[in-house]
Design a protein around this ligand. Structure first.
Ligand SMILES: Cc1cc2nc3c(=O)[nH]c(=O)nc-3n(C[C@H](O)[C@H](O)[C@H](O)COP(=O)(O)O)c2cc1C
Length: 200
């Protein structure tokens, strides 16, 4: 990560969309990343996919996770299509971070499908040619999702939080982003750079 030791406090006054999709097992780690981002002085605009917002799973209830995100961001959560739509036209965000980003949402982004608050937020925001940062978390990243990740890596204004295989023996196709690098990835993305190495 040589040459990447940036002062993330330069994110002060940036409006950052903090979008969460349904990789529920990572939510508690992701909240740490949002807390770290909040300390940079960035304004956090929380966004959740329908599934991230609504579902109760073995990792916690939707109500608990919604409450945590609201508390960290100090803003109401965008969780409907009509509320996500103005993000582009009104230039509401300097950057959008999707963390965690499921294989499902990655597939939709790669295919140009915008039928959730998060995918519409991305589509709407990208029309302003501003950065979208993706923190992947999916068991099929090196299988069915690989082509979609590749497509997004080749797309303008899309950047990736560095990622690694999280359990090569038991889950050989699984990849998870290093969430603690989210703020640094965002800072570089705002300068049009992908931080390296992207594969840890
Ligand atoms: C408990 C639980 C954990 C899940 N973890 C993941 C995950 O880590 N990565 C992933 O891509 N999908 C995961 N899924 C599946 C997604 O939630 C599912 O594909 C959903 O349709 C995603 O919708 P979204 O991308 O709009 O949030 C999980 C589902 C459940 C119920």
């Amino acid at each position: 990560m040589k040459g990447e030791a940036r002062n993330v406090n330069e994110l002060m006054n940036m409006r950052v969309g903090c979008a969460m999709t349904g990789s529920f097992c990572t939510f508690r780690a992701v909240f740490e990343a949002w807390r770290a981002l909040a300390t940079t002085g960035a304004e956090l605009v929380p966004i959740m996919s329908f599934n991230a917002y609504d579902l109760d799973t073995r990792f916690g209830t939707g109500e608990f996770f919604r409450g945590e995100l609201r508390k960290i961001a100090q803003n109401e959560i965008i969780h409907t299509i009509p509320d996500a739509e103005p993000i582009g036209p009104k230039k509401l965000l300097d950057a959008l971070v999707i963390c965690p980003c499921t294989g499902n949402t990655i597939a939709k982004l790669a295919a140009g499908v915008a039928d959730t608050p998060v995918t519409l937020a991305a589509k709407s925001h990208l029309r302003n040619q501003r950065p979208v940062v993706i923190a992947v978390s999916t068991n099929d990243a090196l299988a069915a999702a690989a082509a979609n990740i590749g497509a997004l890596k080749n797309r303008k204004n899309i950047f990736f939080v560095p990622y690694r295989q999280d359990d090569p023996q038991e889950k050989p196709n699984s990849v998870v982003a290093e969430f603690s690098l989210t703020a640094r990835t965002l800072h570089a993305a705002l300068e049009g750079r992908q931080i390296q190495p992207v594969m840890l």
